[in-house]
Design a protein around this ligand. Structure first.
Ligand code: NAP
Length: 281
């Protein structure tokens, strides 16, 4: 590889992102001459910025632009088409290609965890936004038995099931919508929070885990000491993971797309933990 490459995270806001630390660790480990910067971009600027950054190296997209980016890229990967969201882009000739590495990132994070598995599992999913779409796609890819979705806005959960069903016809995973959180009965192998609850200190828990029978808990939100919900799960003796490893795994998949390299997950995880203010572990 010749010359320094530039990669960027486009979003609004972007300043609290751990991605520069994660990718910086990967570039150092791999001996790649590149930098990763944060670029606050408004919706109306995305169309112009996306191709320029793609030509410089590539980048990631975060809130609130993932859906807009899915519409703007010239070459959307399958995971962009079926989720309607794009979080990773790069140049292919004169065109911009895009992928949604949250799908593989979620799957890889669960697969790296001893306490849970997706194949054949009964999953309760909280939320129906962009991240929930990625979780549904990953669960279907991995052959989960079922995904029951509860969302504050039920119509959005119905839309998710309708579009996921169309886009992944042939999957054996049963998708259904719960009208109320009290409809979450029976036992779940994994309960997943894909709402944004937990980002703010005063947020309520996404779900009181004494109300369901759960074997393991995965929160897409992450924090310095896990999240309020993973701590709640831990207090009940349930194995729980927050979204930090998913963040690292999606970053690793982005590196593969940009540079066709094997991501150094260990050093990337260490960098993420340290940037999040955590000790080793
Ligand atoms: P989004 O599209 O804006 O969706 C937000 C979701 O949260 C919706 O289901 C929304 O419900 C729900 N929600 C928001 N406020 C709520 C409240 N007060 N009570 C109940 N539900 C509420 O966001 P997203 O892109 O899906 O992201 C969701 C979360 O996943 C964010 O915290 C994000 O940081 C995290 N995430 C993590 C990773 C990772 O790598 N770890 C990757 C992607 C996303 P309504 O539909 O009713 O509004």
């Amino acid at each position: 590889m010749t010359g320094s490459r530039l990669f960027a995270l486009l979003g609004w806001p972007v300043e609290h992102s751990l991605s520069p630390a994660i990718h910086g660790a990967a570039f150092r480990e791999l001996g790649i001459d590149a930098s990763y910067v944060l670029l606050p971009v408004r919706e109306e600027e995305l169309n112009g910025v996306l191709p320029a950054v793609a030509r410089a190296g590539g980048g990631n997209i975060t809130v609130p632009h993932k859906e807009s980016a899915a519409r703007l890229v010239d070459r959307p990967a399958d995971d962009v088409r079926r989720t309607g969201a794009c979080n990773c882009f790069w140049a292919e000739g004169d065109e911009v290609a895009g992928d949604n590495t949250d799908v593989g990132g979620f799957r890889a994070a669960v697969e790296a965890w001893q306490e849970a598995r997706l194949p054949g599992s009964r999953i309760l999913l909280l939320g129906a936004g962009g991240a929930a779409r990625a979780v549904v796609a990953a669960c279907r890819d991995a052959g989960a038995e079922s995904v029951e979705i509860w969302n504050r806005t039920t119509r959005r959960a119905r839309d998710l099931v309708r579009s996921s069903g169309d886009a992944t016809a042939g999957s054996g995973t049963a998708l259904s919508v719960l009208e109320s959180r009290w409809d979450a009965v029976g036992s779940y192998d994994l309960v997943v929070n894909a709402t944004s609850l937990g980002l703010e200190p005063d947020d309520p828990l996404p779900l009181d885990l004494t109300d369901v029978e759960a074997a393991a808990v995965f929160d897409l939100v992450y924090g310095r000491d896990g999240t309020p919900w993973t701590r709640h799960a831990g207090g009940l003796g349930l194995p729980a993971r927050d979204g930090l490893e998913m963040l690292v795994r999606q970053a690793g998949l982005s590196l593969r797309r940009w540079l066709d390299v094997e991501p150094p997950i260990g050093p990337m995880l260490d960098a993420a933990r340290s940037a999040a203010g955590r000790g080793e572990g």
